[in-house]
Write a protein that binds this ligand. Structure first.
Ligand code: FE2
Length: 262
């Protein structure tokens, strides 16, 4: 197994191919040895094939997200795990659009994606997953996830560093015994803080693990124009333009919801 020192981790892409292009340029400028994607390639944005084209052309290893599992297996919904009927209404619109506009070849590829990727970085065993190692669509928020639970995941899954995405908001925690957990964020949509940029993560392990949450600027006006042309919901377009979430707020814990206003 190859041993890395500096890698880029990309969370939920949500068809934002413009942000993906900028992220890859930025990661290369910063001299990463490899790029990994933690899944959820479709949803939200326009032209879902474009993200798949880029990731496959660049040979970027991808963890299977709940969205990719659904599209790849032809399921009826995205398994996003929302509880609010309004969120599910928009999720369904987005899912039907993505399913109808994803090429069969990409669907077959998504079906083959692994639920986790394991890496060695120095002495650290790194586990990349989508929601959590035990559940593809588990939401692990900073304010509601106890440290002892993250320690248990590291123990149960024999990992020193666990990285996930799925929630769309980045955070990290050092755990007792030299273990780490990080949510690498998402490049598909902004973080509900009134800013249109998105985030990815650089992980370095020498001399000790360090997560650098990295903002990415991209042409969000162009993305919004394309979303409008594709007939995607105005609510999603507003998020791209304003940096504020208009959906999925129900699942966001109070502390994370408040953070964007501080
Ligand atoms: Fe997800």
């Amino acid at each position: 197994m190859q041993n890395y020192q500096k890698i880029a981790l990309i969370g939920g892409v949500y068809s934002n191919y413009l942000a993906l292009e900028e992220t890859l340029k930025d990661a290369r400028r910063r001299g990463v040895e490899a790029v990994f994607c933690l899944g959820d390639l479709g949803a939200f944005g326009p032209h879902p094939n474009r993200v798949c084209d880029i990731l496959r052309r660049e040979n970027i290893p991808v963890v299977q997200g709940n969205y990719d599992n659904s599209i790849g297996n032809g399921l009826n919904d995205c398994q996003c795990g929302y509880t609010d009927p309004r969120d599910n209404y928009f999720a369904k619109l987005s899912y039907d659009y993505t399913f109808a506009n994803t090429a069969d070849g990409h669907k077959k590829w998504m079906k083959t994606l692994p639920p986790e990727i394991r890496l060695q970085m120095g002495n650290y065993r790194v586990l990349l997953c989508h929601g959590s190692p035990r559940k593809m669509n588990e939401f692990l928020w900073e304010s509601t996830t106890p440290t002892h639970f993250l320690e248990k995941l590291c123990r149960d899954y024999q990992a020193d560093i666990i990285c996930a995405t799925h929630t769309g908001i980045h955070w990290q925690r050092e755990l007792p015994g030299g273990k780490y957990f990080a949510n690498v964020g998402a490049i598909g949509r902004p973080e509900n803080d009134g800013k249109p940029n998105v985030w990815y993560t650089i992980l370095e392990t020498a001399p000790t693990p360090k997560f650098t949450f990295t903002p990415v600027e991209y042409d969000y006006q162009q993305l919004a124009r394309e979303m409008r042309r594709e007939g995607l919901p105005e609510e999603f377009i507003e998020t791209v333009l304003s940096g504020w979430w208009t959906t999925c707020l129900e699942i966001l814990p109070a502390k994370e919801r408040k953070r964007g206003f501080l």
